[in-house]
Design a protein around this ligand. Structure first.
Ligand code: C2E
Ligand code: MG
Ligand code: MG
Ligand code: MG
Length: 284
């Protein structure tokens, strides 16, 4: 058994330049149990609307508090779930939970936009569109209240099928966002092929905005490009007031980052949202 795990690690090392511990490799086997036991949960991070001066949305981010390992980073177990072919279970669970949160938040009054992340391994699946359609119909949610974030990546196996699915989802009313924009292999090709609604600036650019003239130039022209294509821009990874103010001045539409709020359990997010914590921030 150990030899098998070692063999697997070597194979992964060669293909992914990454060695996982054996316990990580078997994480996927516990996903259903983790969901049942409430070890897996969704955190919500606020998204600020510069024009309206308020929190107008959130990104749903998955979390796993493993009973013996403690918190496990989503990047790690999502990768394992993808490899094990168990990403469907997680994806549909996330969608259902995010819809529950979105319905509750929209019931409070102002329009509230909820973003979820869609794995590259899901995006080309044949039954993706019918499943999403079934879920939003059953849950009676307007699809335009949901934003689907996809990361530009070469790991999409069937690119035409992915484009077909995303186009269909967008026709149904879902908003599409290109996550981590600027870091993938084909930013511009993506824009040419995919009808998206939003570009999400990767935090690598955002975090260097104040110090690097080059990154500022990249962000400025990306915002211009996005607006020319009638897309909105959200910056992720904003950690301080100065970066927040600069992005506002550069014409960025939405902001997300620890400065505005960390990913939180729904109850915490909701109480922050209701208390209008946003008012303090708009004084910046
Ligand atoms: P992402 O979609 O690009 O999410 C943004 C990541 O940046 C999140 O990490 C978030 O917690 C973190 N972040 C937000 N603001 C700040 C900040 O101001 N500073 C810093 N340093 N980090 C910030 P997280 O939650 O660990 O998620 C990592 C990645 O895992 C996500 O990147 C996404 O690709 C993936 N992921 C998370 N949840 C899901 C999910 O439900 N489904 C899928 N397929 N992937 C998910
Ligand atoms: Mg994202
Ligand atoms: Mg991102
Ligand atoms: Mg990312």
């Amino acid at each position: 058994n150990e030899a098998l795990a070692n063999g697997r690690s070597i194979e992964l090392f060669e293909s992914q330049r990454l060695v996982e511990a054996p316990w990580e490799l078997s994480l996927h086997a516990r996903i259903e149990e983790g969901l049942r036991n409430g070890e897996i949960w969704l955190a919500f991070q606020p998204q600020w609307d510069f024009l309206e001066g308020r929190v107008s949305g959130a990104e749903a981010l998955i979390r796993w508090n493993h009973p013996t390992r403690g918190p496990i980073a989503p990047d790690a177990f999502i990768l394992q779930a993808e490899r094990a072919g168990r990403i469907d279970t997680l994806t549909y669970w996330v969608l259902e939970e995010a819809i529950s949160a979105a319905l509750a938040l929209n019931a409070l009054g102002p329009r509230f936009q909820m973003s979820i992340n869609l794995s590259a391994q899901m995006v080309d699946k044949a039954d993706l569109v019918t499943n999403f359609a079934e879920i939003v119909r059953r849950r009676r949610i307007e699809p335009s209240l949901l934003t689907i974030e996809v990361t530009e990546t070469s790991s999409v196996r069937n690119r035409p099928a992915a484009c077909h699915n995303l186009t269909k989802l967008r026709e149904m009313g879902f908003r599409l966002s290109i996550d981590d924009f600027g870091t993938g292999e084909a930013s511009l090709a993506y824009l040419a092929d995919l009808p998206s609604d939003e570009l999400k600036l990767d935090r690598r650019f955002v975090s260097r905005l104040l110090d690097s003239e080059r990154d500022r130039a990249i962000i400025t022209s990306t915002i211009g490009l996005a607006h020319a294509l009638r897309q909105s821009v959200v910056a992720e990874g904003i950690e301080d007031a100065a970066t927040f103010a600069m992005l506002r001045d550069l014409g960025c539409d939405h902001a997300q980052g620890y400065y505005l709020g960390r990913p939180q359990p729904f109850a915490v997010f909701l109480s922050d949202y209701e208390q209008g914590r946003r008012r303090a921030i708009s004084d910046v």
